[in-house]
Each structure stands twice: as C-alpha cells, then as structure tokens.
Design a protein around this ligand. Structure first.
Ligand SMILES: Nc1ncnc2c1ncn2[C@@H]1O[C@H](COP(=O)(O)OP(=O)(O)OP(=O)(O)O)[C@@H](O)[C@H]1O
Ligand SMILES: [Mg+2]
Length: 474
C-alpha cells in the first residue's frame, strides 16, 4: 500500500525515471500532463501530498497547476523545476517561508526522491504558515541568500557546515557561529554529526556527554524516543550541544529517516540548528543536506580545498541543493582575493574568516569558544559578521531584496511569481537546439535528456547552444 501519492508533471521519459525511485520509496507517482488532469486527480483523491511541476518546459501549464495546488482550502506543496540561473531570483527565503521548493536540470532522479521525502517530513511536522510566500528579487550578490530568521517564529533554521575536505575549519566555524548567534539572543542547538572525528564536546570541555546513539539505544526498552532537546546539554555559552555518537561503530540506529525526523522536530525548540558534518557523501549526510535551509562551505584558499569545494558544488547540482550553498572563506588573509576564490569555486562568499594563529586552540584548551574567550579578537568579529549576515532580514544587505507575497490561488501574484521568467523560457523554446550529451544510454524527450550514467539516472535540459539562460534584471 503506497504511503502517499505524488503528482508529477514532467516529460514522459523523466516521469518514468523519477517514478522508479519514488515507488522504491513507497510513493505512488501519478503522471499529469495538463491542469485539467491535475484538477481531476485532486478532486478525486486526498492522498496527493506533493506535486512536481516543470516551470522550465511547460511554463503556462505550470502556472495553472500551481494555482490549483494552492487554491482555497488546499495547500499541496510543489517541487518546481526552474531554469538554472532563475534560482537566483528564488531566494532561500522561498524554501524557508513556504513549503514549495525548487530544483534545476540537470538533476538525478534519485535526488527527487530525497527532496520529496524531506518535503513530506516538513508537511508532517511543521504547520503551514499561511502568511508565507516565496521571496523574489534580483540575482544574488554577496549575501544574496540571506535567511529571514527573525520572522519565522517556531521554525528554526537548519544550517549545515560541510566541505568534503577535512581540516578546513568546519568544526571551528560551527562552534563559534553557534556561540555568536547565541550571544545575539538566538536559541542555538549545535549538533556534532561527525561520529568519526567529531570533537565539538571535547573542544567545549564537555567530557563524555550522553550521545544520541546511547540515548536512543536506552530508549529501545521504554519505546519512547527522546528528542534532541532532551538529550542535549547546555554549554556555558548558552548553546545546547548534542553529539550523535563518539564511536564510528554501532551507528545503525542513526537511520537517515529517524535522524531527519528528529532534526525537523528540533526546529520547534531552537532558532538555529547547526549541524557539523563528517566529510562524506553517505546516506545520512545526503538526507540531512536535503533538509538544510543553508549549507555553509568553509573553503581555505589552497588547491586541494578549492577542488573539494568545486566537487561539492557539482554534487550539489545532482542532489538538488545547489541553491542552498554559500562559501565561508576561512584563513582568508592568505593573499588570495575573495573574488578569485568565488570565481573559481563558483559560489557566493557569505563571510571571510581570517587566520587566528593558536587562538581557537587556546580557547578549546579552556573548554570555550573563541567568541566567549576572546570576544574582542578580530577573528571573532569575522564570525560575528557571519552570524549577522545569517540574521539579516532579506532586503537589508548586499543587494538582498524586499519580500513579496504571493496569493494562494492563481492570479496576479502567481503570475508575478513566475512572470519575470516567462520571456526567458520562451526565448529558450524558440532557440532550443538539442544537445543530448550525457551518458551512453540516453532518451531525448520534450527538451530533456534522460540518461543512465554510472548506475544513476540523470536528467538534463537540452540547452540552446550559446544561449545564457539567465533571466535579465528588470
Ligand atoms: N581561521 C583559523 N585560524 C586558525 N586556526 C584555524 C582556523 N580555522 C581552523 N583552524 C584550526 O584548524 C584545525 C582544523 O579545523 P577544524 O577541526 O575546524 O576542521 P574540520 O573541517 O572540522 O576538520 P574535519 O574534517 O577533520 O572535521 C583546528 O586545529 C582549528 O583550530
Ligand atoms: Mg570537524
């Protein structure tokens, strides 16, 4: 018996690829071609929990379908395919204020399964904010994806700190960002998700904390699973600290769905849930990526680290999380310009953190964050600047924009939502020339290529050669 149904308005070949992964996860995939078909399905069934729409190929139809999903008395979240560069106009606020989400081609069919899983978790655990809507504006600048946290009461932000390269400052930034946000009056849960080399608790002088693994193992007898807020311990900085586990063995209990449910639930108790990750792309990390509102990528200006960040940027496209990535340039005073790092890595930098010699180590020796121990140090100012950027209301900084509301039914506001993209999409349609390049086994369908590639199903848009799909600022 399927868990729920997902209405999918994608070209046939893409539908088949996505359907395969969704049915593996226990969802029924319903193929939709027109708004009329969607209307019929929605009127006959009440188990359609998410819809996947194609705002790239079927623009007008998508407008109508979007309206149906959100018309009076109905609020089915949509996962909407956008032209890649158009994501710059769909700010992060879109994914934090509304339950709709966005993705781009190329994508892997499997990644949609994780996106749908994450959306359903949100639907189940977070009551809809009926005063919410996506935020739109011009292309992102330095701080283009500012998080509108203060207005999102009862719905903490999930921030992941990740770079697949070790030793680049993930844990250092996670600890001190947490402390800086706490000092700014935020409720912070700092989670050490690194069961292999994690050292948040030792750096903060919290010897042998009760871990999630221990707690959940103990809970197996009682059958009542403790929440993160109950297991966490409060550090002297006021930050609640939670350690997933302190041994790389016996981690089976950290099953991705169970952990993501717990992280989602923690949003209710904290303004910020900061996850410090182990550098790997395993199933748990992938599931957590799909929940994140923002993924901060610490990058030191050296070739191995920059390569790792570029790899992550490429992987993030496949995982459908590209729009959530921002870089934090760590050890930034090494003579390499931030603009150069931004250009090479292909991510906006949200902050620069200078080299601080032994200062972080000295703070850790005392079981404190540098924010507490050396409040006037310049590097602490850098980290506080990062906290300020995360807290800044959209529209206040770096080319960020004022929020726009959308109506919950098709109409002028929904047209505003997609309107600026129309010209671009039409242009793409007029100039479209097939360029099916990926994989060896590929099927071309309605402007997209679906290919089997290294055991994965990849879907790529057929881009008109030489045409920049960036929507122009109005
Ligand atoms: N800006 C900085 N100035 C001085 N030292 C730093 C800075 N950033 C990080 N470090 C030091 O670099 C070392 C590695 O940092 P950290 O443990 O935060 O990296 P990591 O990315 O979390 O590593 P891993 O992948 O192993 O978890 C630590 O000793 C830390 O104190
Ligand atoms: Mg670390």
């Amino acid at each position: 018996m399927p868990r729920s149904a997902v209405a999918i308005a994608l070209p046939q070949a893409e539908f088949i690829a996505v359907q395969g992964h969704l049915s593996e996860a226990g969802y029924e995939a319903i193929c939709i071609s027109t708004a009329d078909e969607l209307e019929q399905v929605l009127s006959q069934r009440d188990d359609v929990r998410v819809a996947i729409l194609d705002g790239e190929h079927n623009f007008d139809g998508t407008l109508e379908m979007y309206g149906l999903l959100h018309e009076e008395g109905r609020d089915v979240p949509a996962l909407i395919l956008m032209p890649p560069r158009a994501l710059g106009r769909v700010g992060l606020g879109g994914s934090t204020q509304s339950r709709d989400e966005y993705f781009t081609r190329p994508y892997s069919a499997e990644s949609l399964r994780w996106r749908v899983e994450a959306m359903l978790i949100r639907v189940d655990t977070v009551p809809p904010d009926d005063d919410a809507g996506p935020i739109f504006g011009d292309a992102p600048g330095y701080a283009g994806y500012s998080v509108d946290a203060a207005s999102d009461v009862g719905r903490g932000q999930i921030v992941i700190i990740f770079n697949p390269k070790g030793g680049v400052g993930k844990t250092t930034i996670a600890i001190n960002l947490g402390a800086a946000l706490q000092l700014r009056g935020q409720r912070v849960l700092l989670v050490d998700c690194d069961t292999i080399t994690g050292h948040i608790s030792t750096s903060l002088g919290m010897a042998s904390p009760r871990t999630v693994i221990t707690a959940w193992q103990e809970n197996q007898d009682s059958g009542v699973q403790e929440r993160f807020a109950e297991i966490a311990r409060v550090h002297s900085s006021g930050v609640s600290v939670l350690v997933m586990g302190q041994s790389p063995l016996h981690t089976e209990i950290l099953e991705p769905k169970t952990v993501t449910d717990a992280v989602q639930a923690a949003r209710r108790s904290y303004d910020w849930v900061i996850l410090d990750m182990h550098p790997d792309y395993g199933p748990l990390n992938q599931a957590l990526f799909s929940l994140a509102d923002k993924i901060l990528v610490p990058v030191t200006p050296d070739v191995p680290c920059i390569r790792a960040a570029v790899q992550f940027r490429e992987v993030s496209v496949e995982l459908g999380i590209r729009d959530r990535l921002s870089m934090v340039i760590n050890r930034a005073n090494s003579g390499v310009s931030a603009a150069d790092v931004e250009r090479v890595v292909g991510m906006p930098a949200l902050a620069r953190v200078r080299s601080a010699g032994m200062l972080f180590v000295r703070a850790a020796d005392e079981g404190k964050s540098a924010v507490e121990r050396f409040p006037t140090a310049k590097v602490v100012g850098d980290i506080d600047g990062l906290a300020a950027r995360l807290l800044a209301p959209v529209g206040s900084d770096g080319g960020a924009r004022p929020r726009q509301r959308t109506l919950n039914s098709i109409g002028i506001s929904v047209r505003g939502l997609f309107g600026r993209l129309t010209a671009q999409v039409s242009l793409g349609r007029e100039l479209g020339q097939a360029r099916p390049t990926i994989g060896t086994e590929s099927r071309v369908s309605e402007g997209s290529v679906v290919a089997e590639h290294g055991g994965r199903t990849l879907v790529q848009a057929v881009q008109p050669a030489g045409v920049d799909p960036t929507p122009r600022s109005s």
